[in-house]
Ligand binder design. Sequence first.
Ligand SMILES: [Zn+2]
Length: 251
Amino acid sequence: MKWYTEVSFKVRLKIESVITLSFLYLKQKSRCHMNRAEEDYIKTIYELTIEKKQPLIKANELSERFGYSDQSVNEMIKKLVKKHLVSFVPYKGVSLTSKGKDVAIRMVRAHRIWEVFLTEKLGFSWDEVHEDAEMLEHATSKHVLEKLYHFLGEPKYCQHGNPIPDFKNHMAEVAVQSLDQLKVGETFEVLRVLDFKELLLYLNEQNIKLHDYLNIIEKDEFNGIMTILCNNQRKTMSIKTAKMIFGRIKK
Ligand SMILES: [Zn+2]
């Protein structure tokens, strides 16, 4: 390479350092690179930490949320510990490291901002946005995301009632009271639902939306069924489903 030997030593040094730096960057990037399942875990650990208001999440709480076996959850935890995203306290559970928390906040912020865009501006319904928001969250620079956030009027919540962390990592309150814990006679405002397609389709079918009031008429713990009044209509719901709906008890 004639040109290379001709350029001054100083310039060569610069070129070499740029190359070295980009290699280091790529190496770093590939080390941080996470697959979809790993990202889902990070996000879920983050959400459970906030929902349960406790720093440590037990493996069985994760397997319950995902419907995976304890063994596969434990294997995933080992992988995440290796990547310094999660720390593990034997017999107590897992928590996100500050690196893991940063990653989680960045992902949920982008995801929820895109959900607001897709539903409010493009007219998608709440059961249709998860997959696209998932793809878009990875393809968006911080700059674009910030613009989009302001364009949308700095929304505090996504369509599922999940709070959107702002760019200083502050976020609005998250509803943590789940519907299954209510007693007969109590009324509850729906403020958040889990972003599970089957659940959202069920809620569409039952015509239950955020900010609807649900009144508990009967609770059959043995059979795991609740009878609820919503918009003057009686509905039956399994307690398993009620665990995925969160809100506030009306005083
Ligand atoms: Zn959402």
